[in-house]
Design a binder for this molecule. Structure first.
Ligand code: BG6
Length: 486
């Protein structure tokens, strides 16, 4: 529970605020997780007053509610917290309005849902308007820079006004229930954690596949690409959760220290191994969920005839430490793929000696962790067939754990609900430290340089497929294949 907290959302009329931030705050309030005293201010350039802002919010939240589930009394309570403050972010003097709104001895959390290019000036103006004190917190959306150097510069600028313990860098994947569940799965289950290394595990696959394209974000996305947009943050964070050493305790500092160690142990992909270990793809026109869709170059906003920007990445990543030496981690992520799925698949090694030659070469045990959708875990095992015809015939069966059914709560909270709760509590365990951001940029920069050095272009794939054929070859060269189960 929270007290004496004020939340100030910059970019309150932007897409993220409308789709994610205000709905998440509304849900938290509805669940009774915000104390009465919490105030929420939306800040944006638009000329309007609190009454109009609240009316607009009412419409937006109501239209986003599932049919028959709108809760007007919860809204009434929520609306009493809301305020609107008009601020042109470029105008220093307009920040005085925030100072007037602030109440002494309360903790203010500033949430910057704005283009990252504004982070520095917003922090400076807040500081100059006396809106920052030793307990004020700031929440930053990704991307923090687009390479190591620029991320350092953003971190340095923000760091002039806020101390590291008051900076909350969002990676919304860490707010997902199922991603947090990786910690429980790994560290609360002796059976799992005693077999979580290169003596038992053959390889790991992490897939973050999306069916959406670039969703009208050409001007952003064409400068960024899938490596910066998804791998540098979400996939490497998932990799950390799967592969880091057990932290000494489940505290922010301990968890983040382990993640940094892991990121620093990633073997670089350089000009020497980039062809064998990395594939870039770009979608061409195709069909997704039975509907025709255009290719990347024909997307709204595209102004050029060609672009070498990737919408798909497949990687073979090695980790240079004792636990994982020799175990490949295959990562893939792309837009306009066949299905939306985020999944971690752990394939165990064969038995040291085989009593069942018919299973040789096939993975006997596989742990499939579905992070979204169909949140749950399947453990594939081999058992005897019920049959008198065969002496000891075998079949593969699965032990299934369905998070959705067994949670007792039919709604899986949105990632932003959890992240707001943690920042209100002042707990950084689900936020990314400066060291993590910089370690992951450092590794990504080496790969980006290798692509440049070797002039590696993108391979085309049809929208609605599983990516370019080169990605199949990447894993098949090691005698393995991408997991195709559900
Ligand atoms: C965002 C990326 O961080 O994550 C988007 O910028 C991507 O390109 C999105 O579509 C995916 O998030 P989720 O929660 O839908 O898997």
């Amino acid at each position: 529970m929270s007290s004496n907290i004020d939340l100030v959302i910059f970019g309150a009329r932007g897409d993220l605020s409308k789709r994610k931030l205000f709905p998440a705050l509304f849900e938290l309030d509805r669940a009774g997780l915000l104390t009465d005293s919490v105030r929420i201010a939306g800040v944006a350039r638009q000329d309007m007053d609190s009454v109009i802002f609240i009316e607009q919010m009412h419409e937006e939240l109501k239209s986003g509610a599932k049919e028959g589930q709108w809760d007007e009394s919860a809204w009434k309570r929520f609306s009493r917290r809301l305020h609107y403050i008009k601020v042109d972010f470029a105008q220093k003097k307009e920040f005085a309005a925030l100072n007037e709104w602030a109440i002494e001895k309360r903790t203010i959390i500033y949430y910057l849902a704005t283009p990252p290019s504004l982070y520095g000036s917003i922090c400076k103006h807040l500081h100059d308007a006396n809106c920052v004190n030793s307990v004020s917190r700031i929440v930053l959306e990704k991307p923090i820079g687009d390479d190591l150097e620029s991320s350092r510069s953003v971190n340095d600028t923000v760091g002039q006004y806020f101390t590291e313990r008051n900076i909350y860098r969002i990676d919304h994947y860490l707010g997902k229930e199922t991603v947090q569940n990786l910690l429980a799965l790994r560290f609360a289950n002796r059976m799992i954690n005693s077999q979580w290394d290169n003596s038992c595990i053959d390889h790991v696959q992490i897939t973050v596949a999306e069916t959406v394209g670039i969703e009208g974000r050409w001007s952003y996305y064409d400068k960024v690409g899938q490596l910066r947009d998804m791998v540098q943050n979400h996939l490497l964070q998932l990799l950390c959760m799967v592969a880091m050493e057990p932290p000494n305790a489940l505290q922010a500092d301990e968890i983040r220290a382990e993640k940094v160690k892991l990121l620093r142990a990633l073997s670089p992909i350089t000009a020497d191994n980039v062809v064998a270990q990395a594939v870039r793809g770009q979608y061409a026109a195709g069909w997704v969920a039975g509907e025709p869709v255009v290719g990347y170059m024909e997307e709204e906003g595209s102004e050029s005839d060609s672009s070498n920007n990737e919408t798909y990445v497949a990687l073979k990543v090695m980790i240079d430490n004792w636990r994982w030496a020799g175990v490949p981690f295959y990562l893939r992520t792309g837009k306009r793929l066949q299905e939306k799925v985020t999944q971690v698949v752990i394939t165990y090694k064969d038995n040291p000696h085989s009593l069942f030659p018919e299973t040789d070469g096939e993975a006997n045990n596989r742990l499939v962790i579905n992070l979204q959708p169909n949140e749950g875990i399947q453990l594939e095992m081999v058992s005897k067939k019920h049959s008198l015809k065969e002496r000891l015939g075998l079949e593969k069966r699965s032990l299934n754990l369905d998070f959705f059914d067994s949670s007792g709560d039919s709604r899986i909270p949105d990632a932003y609900e959890r992240l707001f709760l943690e920042v209100i509590k002042g707990d950084q365990w689900l936020f990314v430290s400066r060291d993590e951001i910089e370690a992951s940029w450092n590794w990504c920069d080496t790969l980006l340089d290798a692509w440049d050095d070797k002039k590696i272009g993108t391979k085309s794939y049809s929208a609605g497929s599983w990516g370019p054929s080169k990605a199949e070859i990447l894993i098949e060269n090691d005698g393995r294949s991408w997991y195709e189960g559900k």
